[in-house]
Design a protein around this ligand. Structure first.
Ligand SMILES: *Cc1c(COP(=O)(O)O)cnc(C)c1O
Length: 502
């Protein structure tokens, strides 16, 4: 963090010129029901923030259920045996884990805590899959006892698992019945330098061990997970993996499942808007005069379901079959572990404006909350969608021109532009370095609503810095009367002060 602070200070010196022309707007794509709450019920949003504090994360579990169903529809259309595991690390919301379980999905858990939360959400432990390279002994023991699927990251992990089986299966009875269900994590050539998974030689060593100890080690298949968002890289990885399926069979093993991990993309903004933004962007559009080097593909052309379809229609490199046809011909189930794409449209985050302050080069909007609750800037990038300004009804609205003068006389402009800063004393605590255009000047008490924050955005880095309490999550459900019901995100929480509303 120290480096980042120094880095940011260096950036200030480059902040010299005013923008030639404003950055192209990036209107968020919003689910229709969420848009109805934001646009038609601003007073309700203001009341919710009054009651639960700012920032407030509103979680929409029903949208995660809908995403599970949409994945399932693609997999069924191809006639595939399949398993969908919700990549639970994408969000700390328990309501979303419960929604995944309710939708009949399994859960991909990478810690004993994710595991326990999934069990508490009612998941059948046999429908859980544990990935991650650094599972502890206690985690292994719970996974074995629960008969969950374990993705083995290395031959070292396999030795640890075997030791765990030996130690936990002390009684004769346990020794007979305790088995570990195993996937082997493959490292495709595209991720040659990654620390996750195993290359061909190590994979073969593990396959041999599994074939020699089938009493305790139940081999079920292979797993990989790649960074990046291209379906072509997954198709390539699959083509590399198919020969290992043959090898496993030659050793007397029966691979039943191939798990291709997550990374299915979601769309945050219209693709044309996004491309126009990228073409026009300029260092003057950023308060630190620095265009970030990389962004998530916020305005990609494919949604997750189209992506999966493209993947399944790609050549498998095996007997001229498509990937879908190959899975069927080889009687192998396809498993996927979407995180971000299951959380698509499953949360929004609402920040209350504290004040607007003029600076030498423009304005800053201070909000109640921090960039830990909208965290892309901590990865030297930006969340490329504009927050929606929701005026608090009691604040008189001001035209851009009048308030620009009021806010410091920085000049007449048809668009008011500002960056957004959190409430901490860190210079780097900015929700966005990008200067965002508003058609009216935000006032204290107004709300800034960020759409679609469920995927790694809202709570990945949240903490109690400055002793601010952790932001609340509240689950929203539509009721039969067309209104909204609110409940604690975690059903284990007290139903204290949360009420219904219509
Ligand atoms: C993070 C992760 C996922 C989920 O990835 P998304 O990009 O959120 O879909 C799935 N599998 C593994 C092994 C992961 O580490």
């Amino acid at each position: 963090m120290q480096n980042q602070l120094l880095f940011a200070q260096a950036g200030v010196e480059h902040r010299t010129h005013r923008p030639q022309r404003p950055a192209a707007p990036l209107k968020p794509m919003l689910d229709a029901t969420i848009a109805r709450l934001v646009e038609a019920s601003p007073d309700l949003l203001v009341q919710l923030v009054e009651r639960y504090g700012s920032p407030l994360h509103l979680v929409w579990p029903q949208n995660l259920v809908r995403n599970v169903e949409a994945f399932r529809a693609v997999l069924n259309a191809h006639g595939l045996r399949h398993q969908i595991f919700y990549g639970a690390k994408v969000n700390k919301s328990q309501a979303l884990v419960c929604a995944a379980v309710k939708a009949g999905a399994g859960v991909d858990v990478s810690s004993i805590h994710e595991w326990r939360d999934a069990i508490s959400a009612g998941a059948d432990p046999q429908h859980l899959c544990a990935t991650g390279p650094a599972k502890t002994r206690d985690f292994h023991a719970e996974l074995i006892a629960g008969n969950a699927l374990i993705s083995i990251d290395s031959s070292e992990e396999l030795q640890n698992l075997k030791a765990c089986l030996r130690e936990s299966g002390n009684s004769q009875e346990a020794r007979k019945t305790q088995k570990a269900r195993i996937l082997l994590r493959f490292r495709p050539s595209l991720s040659r330098t990654s620390r996750f998974g195993m290359g061909a030689d190590e994979l073969l060593r593990c396959l041999r061990q599994l074939s020699q100890d089938s009493a305790q080690l139940a081999f079920e298949g292979f797993h990989f997970h790649l960074g990046g968002y291209a379906h072509e890289t997954r198709a390539q990885a699959l083509r590399e993996l198919i020969p290992h399926v043959e090898t496993a069979r030659a050793l007397g093993l029966q691979p039943k499942t191939i798990d291709i991990g997550g990374g299915m993309p979601i769309r945050y903004v219209d693709s044309d808007d996004y491309e126009a933004f990228l073409r026009a962007q300029h260092s003057s559009h950023y308060r630190n005069a620095r265009v970030p080097e990389a962004f998530y593909p916020y305005g990609g052309r494919l949604d997750a379901f189209q992506w999966l379809n493209r993947f399944l229609e790609s050549p498998s490199g095996h007997k001229d079959l498509s990937i879908a046809a190959c899975f069927k011909a080889e009687d192998i189930a396809l498993a996927i572990e979407p995180g971000r794409s299951l959380a698509d449209q499953a949360a929004i985050s609402v920040f209350r404006v504290t004040r607007v302050k003029p600076l030498a080069e423009g304005h800053v909007i201070f909000v109640e909350g921090s960039s830990f609750s909208a965290c892309e800037t901590w990865f030297s990038s930006e969340f490329l969608q504009d927050p929606i300004l929701v005026p608090a009804s009691n604040a008189p609205t001001a035209s851009t021109t009048a308030s620009t003068e009021e806010a410091g006389g920085a000049g007449l402009s048809s668009v008011f532009r500002a960056y957004i800063a959190g409430h901490s004393c860190l210079d780097d605590d900015v929700l966005t370095n990008r200067l965002i255009g508003f058609d009216r000047v935000p006032r204290a008490g107004d709300l800034l609503v960020y759409g679609n924050t469920g995927g790694y955005q809202m709570d990945l880095l949240e903490n109690e810095f400055h002793r601010h309490p952790m932001p609340r999550r509240v689950a929203v459900h539509c009721n039969a009367a067309g209104g909204f019901d609110f409940s604690p995100d975690d059903p284990r929480e007290q139903l204290d002060d949360i009420e219904q509303s219509d």
